[in-house]
Design a protein around this ligand. Structure first.
Ligand code: SAH
Length: 351
């Protein structure tokens, strides 16, 4: 039985699924879920991410982490956590760059939070066994300060969608059409107090907010900072951002359940509101381009090109891809959540 058939049987038996339930099944079902069975990152896979575009991305985040740790007062022991580490490239580049501070490397207790067994195995191959793995952040001991990084994690957490109809808000559900195929439909929804024109779609992600809430609570309790990097909105807005990617091609989100990667935009305003409610600091969100330029990606690219003149064209293209406004530079945002008492690099307010 395929995931499509199983979901159809489930809908016939107990009614339509919320979009969040559908996404969770497509991404994490133990037998068929995309991340449980066939996550494929990279040029030859389904999607590519910033750490795979260039080593400069992880290296600069490594320097950011070292400077953040310094501003935290160089704690002798801290947890260096990555959530959703993919194939391990970001952590590998981060740790290599951080070697310039042996005291940082010595103090870091490295944890990877990963739900996918195939990716867990790839991370172990890439990074060796001198670090620890957890299935949830809650399993990472909370008795020391923390520096946390997550790139493209929020975008694969489930969302619910609400549609403004003539008669009020309705929730977008996944049901069956007359021929028995998966199809979108609407169900009565709780009353929402948002004013919007008929046809507007409101996305909410309790899962994104819950992660921010948990990260912020730990940072306030034990100190530290988190970087959440993702494509998404920096100001509240409406719109359907659900997208399915299979071999770098967009397809309908109901076409191939479990076979395509499903993503949504990160809802940064909701994420930052959840963090602020815990008492954490939430400086202004930067675009990925601003963040990397403030950390000195221009100089890093020049140094790499000087060391490898044969690769200077490729390095220039990688730089463009990461920071140019019409590439990843503006769509991707970098949000920082930190404990009171210091400000992490790149997030100082401009005079
Ligand atoms: N950060 C990597 C991979 C991004 S893909 C990169 O930038 O290349 C999303 C990653 O998040 C995968 O490793 C996926 O298995 C993981 N993931 C998905 N849901 C998760 C969850 N709820 N908790 C932790 N990791 C999760």
């Amino acid at each position: 039985m395929s995931l499509r058939e199983r979901l159809a049987a489930q809908i016939r038996a107990s009614g339509p699924l919320s979009l969040a339930q559908y996404m969770t099944a497509c991404l994490h079902d133990p037998d068929f879920g995309y991340y449980a069975v066939r996550p494929a990152l990279g040029e030859g896979g389904d999607f590519i991410t910033a750490p795979l575009v260039s080593q400069m991305f992880g290296e600069l985040i490594g320097l950011w982490a070292v400077e953040t740790w310094t501003r935290m007062g160089r704690p002798a022991r801290f947890r260096l956590v990555e959530m959703g580490p993919g194939d391990g490239t970001l952590m590998s580049d981060l740790l290599r760059a951080a070697r310039l501070s042996p005291a940082f490397t010595e103090a870091a207790d490295v944890w990877l939070v990963e739900t996918s067994q195939p990716l867990h195995d790839r991370q172990r191959q890439a990074l060796g066994d001198h670090l620890s793995w957890a299935g949830t952040l809650g399993e990472v001991p909370a008795d020391a300060p923390m520096i946390l990084v997550a790139n493209e994690l929020l975008d694969c957490l489930p969302v619910r969608q609400f549609v403004r109809t003539e008669t009020g808000w309705a929730e977008r559900m996944v049901g069956l059409d007359a021929a028995g195929a998966l199809a979108f439909g609407l169900a009565a929804a709780p009353v929402l107090d948002r004013i919007a024109p008929v046809g507007a779609i409101l996305e909410t992600s309790p899962a994104q907010a819950a992660i921010a809430d948990e990260i912020a609570a730990r940072l306030v309790e034990a100190g530290g900072a988190a970087l959440l990097i993702d494509y998404g909105r920096a100001v509240p807005g409406f719109g359907d951002t659900l997208q399915a990617l299979c071999r770098h091609r967009k397809e309908g989100p109901l076409e191939n359940p479990g076979e395509a990667d499903l993503t949504v935009h990160a809802d940064f305003p909701a994420v930052m509101a959840a963090a602020a409610a815990q008492g954490a600091q939430t400086p202004q969100i930067l675009t990925q381009g601003e963040f990397l330029v403030r950390l000195g990606i221009g100089a890093r690219a020049e140094a790499l090109a000087a060391a490898r003149p044969d690769l200077s064209g490729a390095i220039e293209r990688q730089l463009e891809r990461l920071v140019a406004p019409d590439q990843m530079g503006e769509l991707f945002k970098v949000a920082c959540i930190h404990s009171p008492g210091f400000v992490p690099p790149a997030f100082e307010t401009c005079p």
